[in-house]
Design a protein around this ligand. Structure first.
Ligand SMILES: [Zn+2]
Length: 465
């Protein structure tokens, strides 16, 4: 699918390139040519001469070009509840925060989405996702507000339309007032798909069906959610095997572990990706590999909540598709994905069982790019720098104090400090230039997110009996 000859071209030259293609092709000094919204060519040395309609030439000296980062798990609304319950484990943290979260409204969701998106885009994310599952009655069009924020920022986006219908009275974790009904959740999810999901090759907005977790969702919502997703041809997403408490909950309520429970409800398959997957035994990993079920690995969040260390090297060895996730910023206050490359690598090396085949820098970069594209079902379109793919490209600045003396650019990017982004393109359009967002005012977002965080805290405090 070559771009038409008249498409405007952007030529990037003189940079190191990590393509993250099937054989990890790299160039010490090479070029990337973008034509329209597609990558036209990638290779060693200078770009071909006599290209027509070149609208911009970028001298990438001192930089590394990679595919844009792909985030596969997040909860944008948590941007305005950062820094709370900082010493809790998952279940206690959730119980502490649900009453506040259940008071969010549309302006809060919009502002929090802007904050989350701005932080990620500035750090090289070109495809974002939001697993949003808190829809209080009368709170407005939260999904529409989140999608609007992503479109304005200029990033590619998947909204995982979440839901909860298992509250305390049904043995679940969320309070009764924080959940939807089964019918209401399914109808609203279907409406969101019909209104916003774009199945085309260059889609900027996609929607997935995403009931929240086994301990906040009924078995029926999982089953009917899977049926809805397959009827509509969209992907399925949820949290799975995050903590020992969840494992215990599943055994007590369903008489089986999380992976078997997911399989019994139709939730293993190549159209499914699941966040965390920390507590997986060999047969769980084998089931994910057999069914091509994807994993969103969230190392910082797992560390913050003391959930454990996911067996990523074992998953990769078994052939499980694995991407990276920031997770919600109430459990990962930094909200950045480029630092997760480093954290994924370091945290996995802490597990003595993994030491022999620990992750390396190239694998970490692959998790954050191609692996993410795989779990979002978009590996044919994004996640590597190859001719014909969509032009989601990041140029990392590696010639300053932080990185200039590190031997190799991919090692510098993954092992080193968070690298600044000189330029990022999404769909061939610049989104970041010299570490600044081109389509959003970072300082205005900082002010509005602070105001919305304070407004939410006030409302939550008034509601507390
Ligand atoms: Zn999460």
């Amino acid at each position: 699918m070559a771009a038409p000859a008249a498409a405007p071209r952007i030529v990037i030259e003189n940079c190191a390139i990590a393509t993250v293609d099937a054989t990890d092709t790299e160039y010490a000094s090479g070029h990337v040519v973008v034509a329209g919204n597609r990558i036209e060519s990638v290779g060693a040395g200078k770009a071909p001469e006599n290209l027509e309609n070149v609208v911009r030439r970028v001298d990438g000296t001192g930089h590394l070009a990679t595919p844009g980062l792909v985030n596969t798990h997040h909860h944008f609304y948590q941007w305005i509840t950062r820094g709370l319950a900082t010493d809790h484990n998952l279940f206690n943290w959730l119980v502490a925060l649900y009453p506040t979260w259940a008071r969010i409204d549309e302006p809060m969701a919009y502002s929090a989405a802007q904050g989350s998106l701005a932080m990620m885009a500035r750090g090289g994310v070109t495809t974002a996702m939001d697993h949003h599952y808190v829809y209080p009655k009368g709170s407005g069009d939260l999904s529409g507000a989140i999608i609007r924020a992503a479109a304005e920022m200029g990033v590619r986006f998947t909204l995982a339309r979440g839901s909860m219908d298992r509250s305390e009275k049904d043995g679940g974790l969320p309070p009764d007032f924080a959940v939807e009904t089964l019918e209401g959740a399914l109808a609203a999810t279907e409406e969101t798909i019909d209104k916003h999901h774009d199945a085309s090759f260059d889609a900027m907005t996609q929607v997935a069906v995403a009931p929240c977790s086994p301990f906040s969702v009924s078995t029926e919502l999982l089953k009917q959610g899977a049926q809805l997703a397959r009827r509509k041809g969209v992907r399925l997403h949820t949290h799975g095997s995050e903590t020992v408490e969840e494992e215990k909950f599943c055994h007590e309520l369903f008489g089986m572990g999380p992976t078997d429970y997911f399989e019994s409800t139709g939730w293993l398959g190549e159209d499914v990706w699941m966040a965390h997957c920390v507590h997986m035994n060999d047969s769980d990993i084998e089931a994910f590999a057999r069914t091509r079920t994807g994993v969103a690995h969230c190392p910082s969040s797992n560390a913050r909540l003391a959930a454990g260390i996911a067996r990523v090297p074992d998953m990769l060895a078994a052939g499980v598709p694995v991407g990276l996730g920031v997770d919600g910023t109430a459990s990962n206050e930094s909200g950045e994905l480029h630092t997760e490359l480093r954290n994924a690598l370091l945290i996995n090396r802490l597990n003595p069982a993994h030491r022999e085949h620990a992750l390396n820098a190239r694998q970490a970069l692959r998790l954050g790019t191609y692996g993410g594209a795989q779990v979002l079902g978009r590996a044919g379109q994004i996640g590597s720098l190859e001719p014909g793919k969509l032009a989601d490209v990041v140029l990392w600045k590696l010639d300053t104090l932080a990185h200039a003396s590190i031997a190799d650019p991919v090692t510098a990017l993954v092992f080193g400090a968070a690298a600044p982004v000189t330029l990022s393109f999404v769909n061939g359009r610049p989104v970041v230039e010299n570490s600044r967002l081109l389509h959003a005012d970072e300082d205005a977002i900082a002010r509005s997110t602070r105001a919305e965080a304070q407004r939410l805290a006030r409302i939550a405090a008034q509601d507390t009996p």
